[in-house]
Design a binder for this molecule. Sequence first.
Ligand code: PLP
Length: 424
Amino acid sequence: MSELLARHRAVMPNWMALNYNDPIEIVSGKGNRVIDADGKSYLDFFAGILTNMIGYDIPEVRDAVERQLATGVVHTSTVYLLRGQIELAEKIARLSGIPNAKVFFTNSGTEANETALLLATYARKTDQVLAMRQSYHGRSFGTIGITANRAWKNNSLSPLNAHFLHGTDRHLIQFKGMSDADYIQACVDDLRHVLATAVSDDVAALIAEPIQGVGGFTMAPDGLFAAYKEVLDEQGILFISDEVQTGWGRTGSAFFGIQNHGVTPDMMTFAKGLGNGFAVGGVVARGDLMDGPHAVGLSTFGGNPISMAAANATLDYVLDHDLQANAARTGDIIIRGLQEAAGRLSVVKAVRGKGLMFAVELESPAQAGRFMEETKKAGLLAGKGGLYGNAIRMAPPLTLTVDEAVEGLGIIVTALETIDAEAA
Ligand code: PLP
């Protein structure tokens, strides 16, 4: 065990996730690569944890943060007018497509979802919430209650009253072999059944990840959320899209993941990559839901000037360079390459994804662990996850070049071939 790992184990909780048998310390980064303390370079195919949207050491972001630092003010508080916060809110409100949208900034995705839950339960005067099976929305007292993924929920308790819907669990025997249309109908029937029999009164909202992150990048069929929305609208139930992993063009085919389903939600939550490493989260919601007499008040550090400078620069960069189109182009190369490999390698059970958010499912968690070690050796970082710990999740920065996409695909396919040969 390295000296740093021993020190980590001594003072950090034993449930903190660490990647790799021999965890690495990343000491620098440039473009879409990071360097560890031994000087080894890696293509970052997990972008931190989707926290790095436009690559490392980007002058536009560094300059924006340095300009703010040069004012001498890192942060006072959110009780004064903050120009960067207002400018970012204006951009996000416009991009969201939500009518009369307003924005509130937090420091993380968990806090963003907590805020959305506060707004929704207040607006609807009930603590009944719908969420999706295999979901993950954060590790707070409230959000753990809308998590339906044992690896992340663990033994945590929550006061929230949640009911979990089908949508990404077609592997279940009752859904096997169904067409998309029949599966969507079965899910909608189940939603109606839950609303008629399982909840004790009105329901505040459905919260859903358009593509489930820690669930293993599992996807509901196109059209499912539109079908759900129709039923929810009949009863005034709100729709919250958790865009913490799927926002800002990552899926290639839409700027926010839920737009792939043709749904305009009532609220969206976001975090992770927006600050390109600086902590930014938030909620964008219909103005009538955001405004109101409930005392959500302020977040001391949410929307602070440094994070806002980084986020404004990052979002401008995404738009100016049309990184959504780049995600579609480079993601397509990789996903098609993985599908081709899946056709000839029996250890690959599934390939799924959209744009620069793609996953490979293997036969076992042990094989996923082997994949992580093999690709690390070859100079590529990825993420493990999925309901059974047997999925590999990859989501490089949206700045990935075509050459890097081809290089990364080569490393991934070689690792899959090695594991396939071992299993034969
Ligand atoms: N929502 C989703 C979809 C996530 O993937 C995560 C984190 O992985 C969160 C919420 C929680 O965000 P944070 O870790 O910033 O609190």
